[in-house]
Ligand binder design. Structure first.
Ligand code: COI
Length: 353
């Protein structure tokens, strides 16, 4: 793919600390157009800035939009690494197919991410637990308020230097088990990374926050009892020395971190059960002292220990609200690979050049 570069005259001042999550954006962004009958065209890296939106633009009305999230990491030798970017590309293809949107080829997706990050390599922070968050997204930009797939789209990538996603950092979070609202049902869009899934989840998140919880744990939409995922991450539990996590069968986001952690756990000899775990079974295991640890996995959240669960007012505390031994070991191993501190025997990292 040909990518044109439009240089800006003055570069922005870079933040030195307290990055937060999504507070700052870099100097440049990537843009690529799609037109039915012509395909993808006019790839360009241009100064980060506002985009013009016509009030009738389709995405504003019917939410034909998908996105991805990945990170770039600075090693101690000042190399910049991406983590499994082709998995994000493949997931976006699946999301786009579900949303009747064009599928950007994997190699074009990875090239666009690589080239933009390469130009912005000075923006990749070097402080502990920081990285450059990469947000690719695509939206319907045809004008018109008829309900049908758009004939034109924009694919864009923006970059933001970030610290921890949760204010708790890598300390345990409190999770509210949602039993009123539903995130996804079979045949719906649960597996797709589309903005609408997140818009629909906000009411539950606001409710949980009012009750003092960081995030919600979603149950399945049909029986309202099988554990699915947390708002911004997949979720795993260690019960009787075995791992339990929801299967990827349509309603759960196929997380890149989830897949990586399952690989590592199996490598360490753990039995990983990808099954529909009943929340009542989990509560029972906790009461019987068999629930050892719980944690979330996600690009933004990394590995996030779960310290407390509230289900219908009944509260269980996991591992005395402390980060579990396995959770910590997984965090150290995954971030060790991502920051190039330990050998990447899985060949997951991609050097930006
Ligand atoms: C990610 O982990 O990258 C996500 O996309 C989750 C969230 C910030 C929406």
């Amino acid at each position: 793919m040909d990518i044109k570069f439009v240089e800006r005259e003055v570069l922005k001042e870079k933040p030195k600390s307290n990055f937060g999550f999504g507070k700052y954006y870099t100097d440049y962004m990537f843009m690529l157009d799609y037109t039915e009958g012509k395909g993808f065209h006019d790839g360009r890296i241009v100064p980060f800035g506002d985009i013009t939106i016509n009030p009738s633009m389709m995405v504003l009305h019917y939410a034909q939009e998908t996105f991805e999230g990945l990170k770039a990491y600075r090693t101690k030798d000042n190399e910049i690494l991406l983590f499994r970017p082709e998995m994000n590309a493949k997931r976006m293809m699946k999301s786009n197919k579900r949303m009747c949107m064009p599928q950007i080829p994997v190699e074009d997706f990875v090239q666009a991410v690589n080239d933009l990050v390469n130009i912005e390599r000075d923006w990749v922070p070097s402080e502990e637990d920081t990285s450059l968050y990469i947000r690719p997204f695509m939206y319907a930009d045809e004008f018109g308020v008829g309900v049908r797939p758009s004939k034109t789209y924009k694919f864009m990538i923006i970059l933001s230097p970030v610290g921890n996603y949760y204010p708790e950092g890598v300390n345990p979070v409190k999770i509210y088990v949602e039993d009123e609202y539903v995130r996804a049902t079979e045949g719906g869009t649960g597996f797709a990374k589309c903005g609408g899934n997140y818009a629909g989840s906000l009411a539950a998140q606001v409710k949980a926050e009012k009750l003092g919880y960081t995030q919600v744990l979603w149950l399945d939409g049909t029986h309202r009892k099988y554990i699915e995922e947390v708002g911004t991450m997949n979720v795993m539990f260690l019960i009787d020395n075995e791992i339990y996590t929801a299967p990827i069968d349509g309603t759960v986001l196929p997380g890149v971190t989830r897949d990586s952690i399952i690989h590592i756990l199996k490598d360490w000899g753990y039995k990983v059960n990808e099954v529909h775990l009943d929340i009542n079974e989990l509560m029972k295991a906790a009461k019987e002292g068999r629930l050892q640890e719980g944690f979330g996995t996600g690009t933004a959240a990394v590995i996030s220990p779960i310290g407390e669960l509230n289900y219908k007012g009944e509260i269980i505390t996991l591992n005395d609200f402390k980060t579990g031994e396995l959770t910590q070991k997984l965090y150290d191993t995954l971030t060790g690979i991502q920051w190039g501190k330990i050998e990447d025997k899985y060949n997951w990292t991609h050097v930006v050049k």
